[in-house]
Write a protein that binds this ligand. Sequence first.
Ligand code: TEU
Length: 541
Amino acid sequence: MQKDANWWRHAVIYQIYPRSFADGNGDGMGDLKGVLERLESLKQLGVDAIWFSPFYKSPQKDAGYDVADYTDIDPLFGTLADFDAVLEKAHSLGIRVIIDLVPNHSSDQHPLFQAALKAGKGSPEREMYHFRDGKDANTPPNNWPSVFGGNAWTQIEDGQWYLHIFDSSQPDFNWDNPKVTEFFHGVLRFWFDRGVDGFRVDVAHSLVKAKGLPDLKVDPEEVGFDPSAQDYKDHPYWGQEGVHEVIRGFRSVANEYEDRALCAEAWVLPLSNMAKWVRPDEYHQSFNFGYLSTSWKAADLKKVIDDSLLEFGAVGAPSTWVLSNHDVIRHVTRMAYDEVPKQGDGIGPDYPQPDEARGQRVGRAATAFMLALPGSSYLYQGEELGLPEHTTLEAKFREDPTFFRTNGERVGRDGCRVPIPWEADKPAFGFNSTGKSWLPQPENYRRYARSAQEGIAGSTLELYRQLLKVRKQFNLGMGKLTWVEDLCDESTLAFDNSGVRVIANFAGTVALPAGELLATTQHDLTIEGVLEHDQVAWIRL
Ligand code: TEU
């Protein structure tokens, strides 16, 4: 791997969701062998790094975000040797690898939690987690809700309760206990020593809880998880000041090694708050969820980009940009609607179905716009195919704990996690050779298969390849954005970055300025032509 201490400042990072990328052993569940076989395709796509969602030993109650052993691979996905092989091959292809750290909670099957259960009330083992007596025999210690629905406390046999901000199978660690810090520094070193290039840190904003675990002052039923509805200054577990000390600890471990990077998954708003997470001695990057949540509207996009560059720039950090991941409705489907369900709620067969053509058009434009922005971008597996959400998944296939904890009221996130299609005419669309698939693939995935797009001018796959190629050629990730104010109004946005002019049209048509057409979402567009609505063009200045 070439040395580059700044790789994370400009990298395009591709998220692999191991359950659904490629299945090497044919059991219907993706695995590391499958990843190894398909790595070349990511090289051809032109990404700089991969982020792996969890592949650790886990009972899979929350698709692997319930870790029972932080330093071993679940047999579902393979072995440590399989991981080493993936890492080696990725590095030989010039692709860096970051993995997921889940420090807010473990699985209830983790030996530390099992020991805590056994050791009993008041023991040092229980101090690794948050065990408390209830307000009375049947009332939990406070009113905190679980992100997945219901209460954040579960009572055990001896009457005590334990805290879980997510599922009851995911007890929260007690980050006031130095033993927890020590444990996770060990985990970081284990993987850094093995050669990983960094970590994406799960729910990075929730690790530290307010002293005494006070009640939420707002109605938990109402605000639940929505970050925009919460007052962070006063919130007892999202973005507590003490969490920054924990982050500095992670950073000092990363600094023991060369060229490593840490990215925070912190759903905190406003952006000025999020920027605190990427101060020079904290995380290198943080997902820009403000950007993800912004709809395809010229004025809103301009504002969120300006705010991001300003706020992250003020602390010397690059901005990141992201449109899709394994927790949100895929962006080509989100953008097919005027109104979409709340983050995490998902779309089921009873919800109005998306306008697929609109979603494709706007979604491709949104990506072409994003990939020209300076900073680092995240892509979610399948989006390079324009893959839509599975919006008609039947209840019997659902696995997301959100579905079960809300009695199906919120269908949850399974629709964006369906195995991706590789070959249109193969079983399971080439996900494996047996045709098994842990979630059924909808029939329209055939059209989106990689084989149906490879070498086809105007396909989404070829669009992504071209965008990534030009982005690299002009080093857009390290560039500087300047708005072309004369071309910016309520229906058009234009900016220059490193000798490339990017024009996005939101309504009507717009004439293109002179210059070589480097990339465009509008197939067959020529420089003499006009850019239609919801299309983007990159032009050499
Ligand atoms: O997600 C953190 C998080 O709080 C949300 O994205 C959440 O998934 C969503 O709001 C549910 O409605 C991270 C992981 O990305 C997610 O997959 C895990 O389920 C969660 O942490 C718990 O580990």
